[in-house]
Ligand binder design. Structure first.
Ligand code: SAH
Ligand code: SF4
Length: 370
């Protein structure tokens, strides 16, 4: 008998790959359409429930394929309605996924990697080191699990998940192909049917991958900038030493100039007390972004145990906002959500079997400082 490990997991396959899969079985391509609807719209993972698929094909599928999403090991809802799942990906590794309801909108924050290689100084995911990239099945599996939590599900305006942001654990552009496959399923009408404006990829600035991205998709793009000059950004986002701000903003402009319609980047700026929160930083940022079509999202720093950074006062954050608004930008402040269950930005840690030994290094530093 074939073991599960040798079977093909269909969950992460976008339409074209599923069509190719059915062709190799000697089946018609339209089977892909049926399969997408069963898996993603009805949440079915058992071939025997697929009533419009013949018995013989169902038997064939059982021999060679599975539909397998992540296993939920924690599911909690915060006081403010934010819901967090911890999903086990394999022995020793899990990631976190967060649903943030806000009026009509439900934004799902999805992880792309187990840990992160990039080690930004203000991010708790970075401190945990890195294990591996998630597969496309594991990425879309997070949407699948969250959507199944709201079954029975009728398509319509009051969907629980209206937006997806690739802002969970990991750097999505360091896991390019799997993230692109998963995002294509998010947008496919046969799967989740979320519009390209409501699927957002957030990156700390992997410049060559931003250019590649514009060749294969047109999702919304958020740039994690966090500093108005290279000297400061080098301290916060080590990747900046490889791809400095000028190159990053040039790639951002190229991405948007290739879209047929007018859209704007979101510039994310985590505001950290006494680091990047001064009025002169705001003024420098306003000058820097002058010719970048963008809106700005300020994220007050969310503390976590391994960090000495502090969240600035609301007054300091508002003052920062006012300077930018007066310079003509649309600026929002992201209110921390779900921090009572550690679901806020930068607090997602999951369980990472660290291959980089970085997590041990941080524990040693903490012990020395204690
Ligand atoms: N790796 C990607 C996406 C995941 S991080 C990226 O860096 O863009 C999602 C957002 O949360 C980023 O803008 C990140 O800079 C921000 N973030 C990380 N740690 C944070 C913290 N402790 N407080 C507030 N925002 C944080
Ligand atoms: Fe990785 Fe993003 Fe965290 Fe930086 S902020 S360490 S890129 S997850």
């Amino acid at each position: 008998m074939t073991t599960t490990a040798e079977k093909t997991n269909l969950l992460g396959m976008p339409k074209a790959k599923l069509e190719a899969f059915f062709e190799t079985l000697g089946e018609k391509r339209f089977r892909a359409t049926q399969m997408l609807q069963w898996m993603h719209q009805r949440g079915v993972d058992d071939f025997d429930q697929m009533t419009n698929v013949s018995k013989s094909l169902r038997e064939k599928l059982k021999q060679v394929a599975v539909i397998r999403g992540p296993e939920v090991i924690y599911d909690e809802t915060s006081k403010d309605g934010t819901r967090k799942w911890v999903m086990r990906m394999d022995n020793g590794n899990s990631v976190e996924t967060v649903l943030i309801p806000d009026g009509e909108r439900g934004t799902l924050c999805v992880s792309s990697q187990i840990g992160c290689t990039l080690d930004c100084t203000f991010c708790s995911t970075g401190k945990r080191g890195f294990n591996r990239n998630l597969t496309a099945a594991e990425i879309i599996g997070q949407v699948w699990v969250a959507r199944k939590a709201f079954m029975p599900f009728e398509p319509g305006p009051d969907r629980p998940i209206t937006n997806v942001v690739m802002m969970g654990m990991g750097e999505p552009l360091m896991n390019f192909d799997n993230v692109v496959d998963a995002m294509s399923l998010m947008m496919d009408d046969l799967a989740y049917g979320i519009s390209k404006r409501r699927v957002t990829l957030s990156t700390s600035g992997v410049v060559p991958a931003i250019d590649r991205l514009s060749e294969v998709t047109d999702v919304s793009l958020a740039i994690s900038l966090h500093a108005p000059n290279d000297e400061l950004r080098n301290q916060l986002v080590p990747l900046n030493k490889k791809y400095p701000i000028a190159e990053l903003l040039a790639a951002t402009k190229r991405y948007f100039s290739r879209l047929p319609e007018k859209r704007k980047a979101t510039i994310e700026y985590t505001v950290i007390e006494n680091m990047n929160d001064k009025p002169e930083h705001a003024r420098e940022l306003a000058r820097l972004l002058r010719d970048v079509p963008c809106k700005i999202n300020l994220i007050p720093f969310n503390p976590f145990p391994e960090s000495d950074f502090r969240r600035p006062s609301m007054n300091a954050t508002r003052r920062f906002q006012t300077i930018l608004s007066e310079a003509g930008y649309v600026v929002t402040i992201r209110t921390p959500r779900g921090d009572d269950i550690d679901a806020a930005c930068g607090q997602l840690v999951g369980q990472v079997e660290d291959r980089t030994r970085r997590s041990q290094r941080y524990i040693n530093v903490q012990q020395v400082n204690a």
